[in-house]
Design a protein around this ligand. Structure first.
Ligand SMILES: *[C@@H]1O[C@H](CO)[C@@H](O)[C@H](O)[C@H]1NC(C)=O
Length: 340
């Protein structure tokens, strides 16, 4: 340790340069950035008298010749190696003994994600840097500023940088330097490619009930919509983060729509079966009970029937098949061949 008195602790100033934001993976829960840590400390063994050296105040040296603090990323996803491992980052030496050293590279860190609001989500990631092996009684870090420096920053087109604060806190005997990055997803692509078609399918699907049963097109349209939505889902599912804790709400909506679409196909098939039924005997009793219950809810009176449609509260209600003639029983009207 570069200390004149070894009962003292070394104070290292630290700053963070965020150069670019490379990727964010919701599935692996990792953030990948390119950045540098700027470190400065005073090494008493490296002082000189500038007058004896032709007014030389500052020199640049290879850091392998001097003591340097090794910064580690605590929540790293790759191998645990000091930042800038294996690369020579020249350090600047001032005649007072102050050393400036700024190793950097691509840093991949674990970052818990929350994709519930996808694609309108905001993610928050923390990068924890510390000097693994040197406890805080020997070495303390101090943040040179409360924000990461963006002097070399290149913006990312998918994510907007919202916050990039830096601070030092004591953590488990160590002095830990935290870089807090908050990013917001640009939702336009997902809105156009996923949300709009999903809404379109959701609106289009109930329209199958507008088609007359006689045309025989109901089932085929319902089937076509179900199929095209299934194909659409296979295409877009690759772009939706597959995380289950919590699950993406958009995915749940999509699954609901495709389930409803399947239900619509089934009901259209059942409707066309009973539409052409000859007698009420062919109706299975749960369906009859359902019809009774629905009518009872509307009005518990005997209603006149004319043709195969009748009016209840101004709404056209068709109770059974296409046959004319009806029998009345306990306020419930059934169609049958038998004249009343
Ligand atoms: C590190 O640099 C900052 C700003 O240049 C300075 O204020 C601070 O005293 C330096 N720290 C050390 C330990 O030399």
């Amino acid at each position: 340790m570069p200390l004149a008195d070894h009962s003292q602790q070394l104070n290292v100033g630290v700053d963070f340069y965020l150069n670019s934001f490379i990727s964010f993976s919701e599935v692996d829960e990792t953030i990948s950035i390119m950045g540098c840590v700027l470190l400065n400390w005073t090494d008493p063994a490296l002082q000189w008298d500038f007058l004896s050296f032709d007014n030389l105040y500052v020199i640049v040296i290879d850091p392998s010749d001097i003591w340097t603090p090794q910064m580690f990323l605590a929540n790293v996803v790759d191998d645990m190696e000091p930042i800038g491992h294996g690369v020579t980052f020249y350090s600047t030496l001032v005649y007072t003994g102050e050393v400036y050293y700024s190793p950097g590279g691509i840093m991949k860190a674990k970052c818990p994600t929350n994709v519930a609001k996808f694609p309108f989500d905001t993610q928050e990631c923390n990068l924890f840097f510390f000097n693994w092996g040197i406890v805080k009684s020997k070495l303390t870090l101090s943040a040179l500023s409360n924000q990461a420096k963006l002097d070399w920053y290149t913006p990312n087109s998918d994510w907007t940088l919202l916050e990039y604060s830096t601070f030092v806190e004591p953590y488990n005997d160590y002095s830990r330097f935290n870089v807090n990055i908050k990013i917001k997803r640009q939702p336009l692509y997902y809105a156009v490619m996923m949300i709009l078609p999903t809404l379109l399918f959701a609106l289009l699907n109930p329209l199958v009930f507008v088609i007359p049963v006689e045309s025989g097109e109901r089932v085929s349209l319902a089937m076509t919509i179900l199929l095209s939505y299934a194909i659409f889902l296979t295409l877009v599912s690759a772009a939706i983060p597959t995380s289950s804790n919590p699950m993406c709400v958009l995915l749940a909506v999509m699954i609901t729509i495709i389930s409803l679409s399947g239900l619509i196909v089934a009901s259209v098939i059942v409707i066309s079966k009973y539409h052409f039924a000859e007698t009420t005997v062919e109706f299975n009793s749960p369906l009859k009970r359902l019809a009774k219950w629905r009518l009872k809810k509307k009005r518990n009176v005997v209603l006149p029937m004319d043709g195969h449609k009748k009016q209840i509260d101004g709404i056209d209600v068709k109770i059974t098949g296409s046959n004319t003639g009806a029998i009345h029983r306990a306020g419930i009207a059934y169609h049958s061949r038998a004249p009343v």
